[in-house]
Design a protein around this ligand. Sequence first.
Ligand code: ADP
Ligand code: MG
Length: 159
Amino acid sequence: MADGQMYVFHTRSVEETQALAEKIGRLTEPGDVFTLSGDLGAGKTSFTQGLARGMGVNGVVNSPTFTIIKEYMGRLPLFHMDVYRVEDELEDLGFDEYFYGDGVTVVEWPQMIAEQLPAERCEIVITRGEGDERTLKFTAHGRRYETLCEAIKHDHSGN
Ligand code: ADP
Ligand code: MG
């Protein structure tokens, strides 16, 4: 699926980014996949922390860089992947078990495993603006994510 509906959100603080992500976390369903791209410090991990909170995960969510995949338990399982260190983009670490399982998967640095990503997914790109400003661009690959983004769009008024 090459194209998808796009949704753009602006935030002015880490709290705002996390509040947006928290709303999404509350609406997650089994099998949801979110990819997060953006430079170091863009807010990928901060976003994941908000999403986790919305899913009812208790405890600290931090960057899984050295473990590739971290699992948290909330209302649903949350799999947080940072595939930055995957050397061969075709190296199969059993990602499908996560993508097509009963949990929610967040992938930081998805371009490292581009060929292995599911066609249906919500692609999120975070870019920095002035100071604490961030732009979060969502591309909904699949109807499921259009529905999700529409719900957030209507909820996230003021943007
Ligand atoms: P990444 O995982 O993309 O490397 P992090 O989430 O670890 O990024 O770090 C983002 C940093 O930017 C944090 O220190 C956070 O407090 C700060 N920050 C400032 N403004 C924002 C914002 N609007 N959204 C997200 N993070 C922000
Ligand atoms: Mg990170």
